[in-house]
Design a protein around this ligand. Structure first.
Ligand SMILES: [Zn+2]
Length: 488
């Protein structure tokens, strides 16, 4: 049997990385004494690899994969080229013309073994930009003030490049794997449809089947210049769209009508705006607040600890929900009106007006139950609510007791100087729900320490990642994949 620590040393040595182990267990007979780090956690130097990966990130940003149309095949070919140079055969997985996913694997033995395998997932497509609001070229990957600017710098080309670095590091080190490691770059995460992970699973499941996965979804939250906590996504809310349609009599705008569809739609939307779904704490959200209570100031921490205590709990939920819109959204079904449509001309009363509601359900809650509530609230025979097709599916939670969750917790705590690691239920949807529906224990963690300011720019203007944060993320992914893939 091989000592995993000696493998790790070999891995890091071969990578040209410094690896400092704790005094208690670093000394193998006959080895040269190693420098001793200050903490018990092993430190490793992946700075050279991170610089190389920064170049890959910049090239990926320059390939415009705005979805729609996506055009991910170009990014997939670029990745295949990088992997090819490392002697890794990558495979394009065609989905629709111009859009492919990409898969590559390092196997532990002659035959693939999904029962232990780990899948590194990131998506290649990005959301669009409002070019006039950017101060730099969104596809220029401009380095400025210690940051790299560009659409996708964080979401999700940053993680794509970090995953690639961790994957290539294993190959370069010729690491003795005890699990297959699969690198997967997905398409159309920002848009679903025929090029999404759903299609990859339907067509190519045998190429990506794994027991565990890591993907975007959770975050390393920075406050006051240090990592406050690491949130590992193990569950996510379910996204659905509902159309609210009001009908009325059309006519000449010079003769107002009481049944004007616009009045009825506006009234319905207002009533929906005043509706608040009840609080329900899922297991993961309860665990999240338990952990967070210890980190927040006494006042809010006290209310977080009281969330589950009968009448006092109701008041506590109000205080916590009011303190932070994300906390509110983690505790209940939510509704955001996002689109309004009415009218053809300024002087014509339209016969129809409609709104789109984006609804995020807690896993386990049903849209039928929520719609019944909303219909009661709206209570207007001129207004109808209909669920749009292609809504998200509720997936089971990933286990908080799995060996991979433990490995993520350990690696993150080591990387971020003992920062607490909390389980997280994201309010946003990710590709991981589809994986969870296929019995993959899927976890979400964008590995970069990000400030609120950086997080706000995802999907916004002037998206950027600091070179230092990117390097930390690369280091975390190298640490995690190496430790877990070489473990038994
Ligand atoms: Zn994303």
């Amino acid at each position: 049997m091989i000592c995993t620590r000696s493998i790790k040393k070999a891995v890091f040595a071969a990578l040209g990385m410094a690896f400092f182990a704790s005094a208690a267990n670093s000394q193998m007979p006959g080895t040269v004494p190693q420098p001793i780090a200050q903490t018990s956690a092993p430190a490793l130097d992946t700075s050279r690899l991170a610089r190389e990966a920064t170049g890959w990130l910049a090239e990926l940003i320059k390939i415009n994969t705005t979805n729609p149309p996506g055009n991910e095949e170009q990014a997939a070919k670029y990745l295949a080229g990088i992997l090819g140079k490392e002697g890794i055969k990558a495979e394009l997985l065609p989905l629709v013309p111009g859009r492919s996913a990409l898969v590559a694997r390092l196997n532990a033995s002659a035959f693939p073994d999904p029962s232990k395998a780990i899948l590194l997932v990131a998506h290649m497509d990005v959301v669009g930009v409002e070019r006039s609001r950017w101060t730099v070229d969104p596809f220029g990957a401009l380095p400025k003030d210690g940051y790299i600017y560009g659409r996708g710098a964080v979401d999700d080309k940053g993680m794509l490049a970090a995953n690639l670095a961790a994957f290539i590091a294993l190959k370069r080190a010729n690491a003795r794997l005890n699990r297959d490691v699969i690198f997967l770059a997905t398409a159309s995460e920002e848009g679903a449809g025929d090029a999404s992970i759903r299609a990859v699973i339907a067509k190519y499941w045998d190429k990506i089947a794994a027991k565990y996965s890591i993907n975007e979804g959770g975050n390393v939250f920075v406050a006051n210049g240090k990592v406050q906590y690491v949130a590992v996504q193990a569950s996510e809310k379910v996204s659905l769209n509902v159309t609210v349609k009001a009908n009325g009599t059309s006519g000449h705008a010079s003769i107002p009508l009481k049944d004007n569809a616009v009045f009825h739609l506006a009234a319905a939307v207002e009533k929906i705006g005043n509706f608040t779904a009840p609080v329900h704490l899922t297991t993961i959200v309860r665990r999240y607040f338990e952990g967070l209570a210890a980190l927040e100031d006494n006042e809010i921490g006290k209310w977080m600890r009281s969330l589950d205590t009968g009448d006092r709990g109701d008041h506590a939920a109000r205080v916590v929900a009011d303190a932070n819109p994300m906390w509110n959204a983690m505790m209940r079904d939510t509704i955001s009106p996002t689109m309004l449509t009415a009218g053809v001309r300024p002087n014509v009363i339209p016969s129809e007006a409609s709104a789109t509601l984006n609804i995020r359900l807690l896993p386990g809650n049903t849209i039928t139950a929520l719609l019944a509530e909303l219909n009661k609230v709206v209570n207007d025979p001129q207004v109808k609510l209909d669920v749009q097709p292609d809504g998200g599916l509720a997936a089971p939670d990933s286990s908080l007791e799995s060996e991979f969750y433990a490995a993520i917790t350990k690696a993150a705590a080591e990387e971020f100087a003992g920062a607490p690691v909390l389980p997280f239920q994201s309010t946003w949807a990710t590709d991981s729900a589809q994986l969870r529906l296929h019995n993959v224990q899927a976890y979400g963690l964008v590995p970069f320490p990000l400030t609120q300011e950086d997080i706000k720019r995802m999907h916004g203007d002037d998206e950027r990642i600091s070179a230092a944060a990117f390097a930390k993320g690369v280091s975390l992914m190298v640490r995690l994949t190496n430790e877990f893939a070489t473990s038994h």
